[in-house]
Design a protein around this ligand. Sequence first.
Ligand code: BGC
Length: 339
Amino acid sequence: MIAVGLDFETRKLTHRECEPPSTLGPHDVIWQVLEVGVCGTDRDLATFHRGYPPPGEKFLTIGHEAVGRVFRLGADVTDLQVGDWVVPTVRRGCPLPCLECRRGRRDLCTTGKFTERGIFGRHGYFTEFAVDAAADLIPIPQTILSRAILVEPLSVVEKTIATALRLHPATPRTALIFGAGPVGLLTALALEVRGIDVTVHSLEDPSNPRAVLLTRAGIRYRTDNLEKADIVIEAAGSTQAAFRGLSLLAPNGVCAVLGAHNGDGHVPFLDMIIGNKTVFGSVNAHPGAFDAAVKDIARFSPQLLDSMLTRKPWRDYGAIVDPPAGAIKVVHTLSDHLH
Ligand code: BGC
């Protein structure tokens, strides 16, 4: 079978042939990968700015957003059937494991010794078959199958929104989202179905497909003239946006930072104290957030979600670093069986 990934010797994004998995433990499942989605993390990986291979190896199979079908069951697996559709979770717990990993919240791992499929020290899903513990696979109903590739990015959004709503000490009514990439768009849709008045800010012209998608969903799109909001989400990968977001928090406001990495700025501490404001970071997601994502995908307009996806054959993996113009999320197909 083929595997697309990073060769750490030549420092190239490439593909190789490898043996399909044959042995499986009693609680494991072999599943066939049908689609893999690409995100900013994969672009960072493909340019060797993030990620590392499994111990002792020089190659990392990438891909952490995936959809597939159960192929073989371990002897003790009872809650999945051959042929079931699944989406895998990404993070695997630390070896000891810590208290959080032990209680099923690897997304909150306290040792930092976790691994992540296709990112940190564990092969990912840009390949034809994979093995996972049945508990790490989220069942997907047939009705959302063609949009299920969005479950993983939406799981990250679901965790963030749940945290923001929990931290807000009053009644949040408005949200401002920085960034109109897949995470920004999914955040906007998820807040909108919860009755929040959402504005998305990004730099693209209002004629850009991302802005058009938002307008079609009845969500405000602004390139400037921003107003204060109860919930601010930075999904632009920009530190400047995160600081601007802090300055646009309404009293009692909560700001989530999802993508900003480098750069300094001013934290308005006094204003945050006087206004009971909160800022937090969030990464990864737990199985409950994946379940919430599966439910929300079924609530969003199928046409809108479909318009976010651009499918390409697996061989076009060069699109990870050079995405086609106008594409919002590129999805690589490993097999024709999904459609
Ligand atoms: C993934 C997360 C992961 C994070 C950091 C994101 O793209 O969606 O699951 O934890 O990258 O590696």
